[in-house]
Design a binder for this molecule. Sequence first.
Ligand code: NA7
Length: 552
Amino acid sequence: MTFPDTRPEQAAAGPTADIDVLVVGAGVTGIYQLYRALQAGFSAQLLEAGGGVGGTWFWNRYPGARFDSESYTYAYLFSQELFEAWEWNEHFAEQPEIERYLNHVVDRFDLRRHMRFGAPVTSSTYDESSGMWTVVTDDGTEYRTRYFVAATGVLSVPYFPDVPGREDFRGESHHTGLWPTVPVDFAGKRVAVIGTGSSGVQIIPAIAGEVASLTVYQRSANWCTPLNNSPISPEEQARLRADFDAMCETLNTSASGFLHPIHDRQTFDDPIHQRLAFFESMWRSPGFSKLTSNYTDLTVNHAANALWCEFIAEKVRSIVRNPETAERLIPKDHLYAEKRPPFVTGYYETYNNPNVSLVDLKQTPMVRLTQSGIETSEGVREFDVIVWATGFDFGTGALARMGIRGRQDLALEEHWADGPKTFLGIQTAGFPNFFFPGGPHAAAGNNPRYNGDQVDFVTDTLIYLRDHGYDRIEVEVAAEERWTEMIDTGAVLSPFGESSYYFGSNIPGKPRKYLLNSGGRPKLFKEMRRVRDTEYEAFKLSRASDPAEATA
Ligand code: NA7
């Protein structure tokens, strides 16, 4: 018996002709890149490994997954009509609403017929003589494209630690970043969550109420503070609409891409009672403002940071009734924002539930998984479901796994064996006509804001090439070295420490190189402007279609 294909309209399985722009990834960046390429008059197609639209917001559909950037500042801002047509329910939307929004955008701009789902890319090869890329999906379908844009995201390759016996466990196990589309039934089950980063601390309170028992395996405690989410009232909706231009202006000039105002004082400017009152206002403030609107010396003065940490520690002690559990939940090995700070809703309160317990893996390390549970040095606990909230191969993970081969068959993963080398986090030398907006070396705050800046830059560049009769672009080695050195030397000033996954430190064997943009958005803007003003001085532009220049 055959069943009709009920998937929404999507592109046919194979290409009919060469494509101008092939985009990989139907996340926030890829959707916008497809839209801009089509709008600019290029033929364009998008390949997506997942079964639907959303990227991160497709795969991370675990209970409790939500934004920790304000919904309307994370959303697309390229169309005021789109902005006005979508009313977010909450200041920090939950995954189902985000997925609905991204599907709404795709349908509103009629993008779905250019997308193919369930099509992971397995190899991508540059042909020097034609200047074209051949991109192959896992079913062997080949796409020939002039420009190849990998919008594959920085948090798209889930990481499973190499725990002995991981495959032996017979119960259900799920990684937060590979969550099934069919809801997981937790009711009455014995559940383990491994990992207490941003994902772990979101799912823990979301499922604690329905499980029979919840055991949290924590290797490192994190400095969690309240997300302070709330519904958006009709008055706020009206204000958001009325203030659209002003909001865009603020976001477009903000170093981190948030609306949060920057504070004008340092920690020791204020006497203690004033400081505690200010910390209290920070504790009650929304999302990332604890970092972006806090005292200006928070991340550069250890003594200042330690005071904010002590304030949070006291909050944890006041919320968690068991003093031993409270102490385990307070980080002792890093200051605030040395690791990416998570934002929580009822997380610490969860540990007051009688069915929730915390295992500190630093005191009782994990030994192995068994067929029925998890063994630590204190013994075995049995489970029905294990949740791996153990993070991602950040920044370079997806790009290193797409079989990308540039000039002279140079493998991207070899070119980047000592860490990524990029210019603007957009191109790398030896890989003409290949772009990766939203990849390593660009991130500097609220993701869609700078990813959008990069997509605009890529598209404007393709238009420039077309208008000037070029069809090949490759960054100069000198420009790549300059940008990469700026990232590496600036990394010491970053608030994030080397223990953060932003340095690749969570993946065994990965080079310890900074994967964000230490120059921030201002540096990105400045360099992009310079490229435009100098008519692409940092790049080699040529005509691959001209035989005389084909292998230049
Ligand atoms: P994170 O923030 O990388 O967190 C991963 C967690 O998994 C973290 O608590 C790790 O502990 C823990 N982990 C990793 N390996 C192990 C082993 N072997 N045993 C026990 N625990 C382990 O990933 P998330 O998914 O939470 O968040 C990623 C981003 O998604 C987030 O920053 C947002 O931008 C959205 P560790 O701290 O390494 O000791």
